[in-house]
Design a protein around this ligand. Structure first.
Ligand SMILES: NC(=O)c1ccc[n+]([C@@H]2O[C@H](COP(=O)([O-])OP(=O)(O)OC[C@H]3O[C@@H](n4cnc5c(N)ncnc54)[C@H](O)[C@@H]3O)[C@@H](O)[C@H]2O)c1
Length: 355
């Protein structure tokens, strides 16, 4: 079992993490336990949690409908209402059991209910384990804008049981693996060299891989919690990736965040090479690995225009200039604050030809 220390809390990873949650809450003097889950994690994950944490048999359960489109203010109103009906108070503990939607929304609800109650994250998707639940960002989508409303609030602890991932389909595993690839490319070349050798889906989410990815993200977050500089490095693949994701969501196409990020990593590697930050060998190495694991996404002319629109309105931009985090070389990064739009266009055109 691994134990990663963040500033005020621990991230406990391994099959035995849940029994240690039982010990943690037994020691504390909470007035009530409230588990927030969605319809899928209620069925697939809650029985395991209750088996390993007998203390939680007395918990109240709040079940959300699953899906990104439920990560909104209406769901928050329902949860704040349910907490009020249950009689939750400042001494209650909220336990978020689910993917990034549950940990983002549950964390936000906890940080605002009665001006903040303590919460614990138990992420159950690979994306939530290595990214969403770690780093203290909580939030909801608002008027079509992702994560527009939120807070920065750390949980009391994070408990990660990789066994939960066994009920997740391949598409969802790859969705989370995208963020693992990203962190390796900007933070650890040795880790990247290890990932390059992985081919089978069940190799993507071993305890060792999850622990390493979290350690790398946690180190960055600890140095720059409020994203003044270093934390921006986590945006590699996300400038074009977010724009592509927004463009496809607007057209009501089925796209997962990690899938858009993989396309973003592919195109932004091209830009990193054009700016002479990585060699042609490194660019090819990254792109070959991505192509081997992920089918390219179809980008129409309309989507291309839409990507360019979103990228010029990206909240990461400063003074109207396009800001990117790019590898320099693999395993390190450079924040680039003035990427020319024609480089983005060229990268999209090259990506389209992959089809
Ligand atoms: N706060 C952050 O720093 C941060 C970082 C990255 C992503 N995010 C957010 O995370 C969200 C995406 O998270 P996600 O990909 O986990 O999506 P999700 O929470 O919607 O989960 C994906 C699907 O898997 C189901 N599921 C969850 N665990 C399961 C399990 N063990 N077995 C079977 N099904 C299971 C869910 O019910 C859902 O249908 C987005 O809203 C994104 O904005 C936040």
């Amino acid at each position: 079992m691994a134990n990663i220390r963040s500033n005020t809390y621990s991230i406990i990873i391994g099959e035995n993490s849940l029994p240690s949650l039982n010990k943690f809450i037994t020691k504390k003097n909470y007035s009530k336990y409230i588990i927030i889950c969605d319809d899928h994690t209620l069925e697939k994950c809650l029985p395991t949690l209750l088996f390993h944490c007998p203390k939680l048999h007395e918990a109240e359960i709040i079940e959300l409908e699953s899906g990104e489109d439920k990560k909104n203010i209406n769901t928050c109103i329902q949860v704040w209402g349910a907490l009020t009906d249950i009689g939750a108070d400042k001494k209650s503990l909220i336990i978020n059991l689910g993917g990034g939607v549950v940990t983002d929304l549950g964390g936000f609800v906890a940080s605002t209910f009665k001006r903040g109650v303590e919460f614990i994250n138990i992420p159950t998707t690979l994306l939530a384990m290595v990214d969403a639940s770690v780093g203290g960002k909580t939030g909801i989508d608002f008027e079509g804008i992702k994560n527009h409303i939120g807070s920065t609030q750390n949980p009391q602890a994070i408990y990660i049981n990789p066994e939960f991932l066994k009920t997740l389909d391949t598409r969802q595993i790859k969705n989370g693996y995208a963020e693992i690839i990203k962190i390796a490319l900007i933070a650890d070349k040795v880790f990247w060299n290890k990932l390059k050798k992985l081919k089978e889906i069940d190799e993507f989410y071993t305890e060792e891989i999850i622990t390493k990815a979290i350690e790398l993200k946690n180190k960055i977050v600890l140095t720059d919690f409020y994203e003044q500089q270093l934390r921006k490095s986590l945006n590699f693949g996300h400038s074009i990736g977010h724009a592509l994701e927004s463009a496809l969501i607007q057209q009501q196409k089925d796209i997962l965040h990690g899938e858009a990020v993989i396309a973003g990593l592919y195109m932004e590697s091209m830009i990193a090479h054009a700016l002479k930050l990585i060699s042609v060998k490194e660019k090819t190495e990254i792109q070959d690995y991505l192509k081997r694991l992920f089918k390219p996404i179809s980008i129409s002319k309309k989507t291309q225009q839409s990507i360019l629109h979103y990228i010029t309105h990206d909240k990461k931009n400063e003074a109207g200039k396009l800001c990117f985090s790019l590898p320099k070389p693999i395993g390190k990064f450079q924040l680039y604050n003035d990427v020319a739009i024609n480089l983005v266009e060229e990268a999209i055109n090259a990506y389209i030809k992959l089809k």
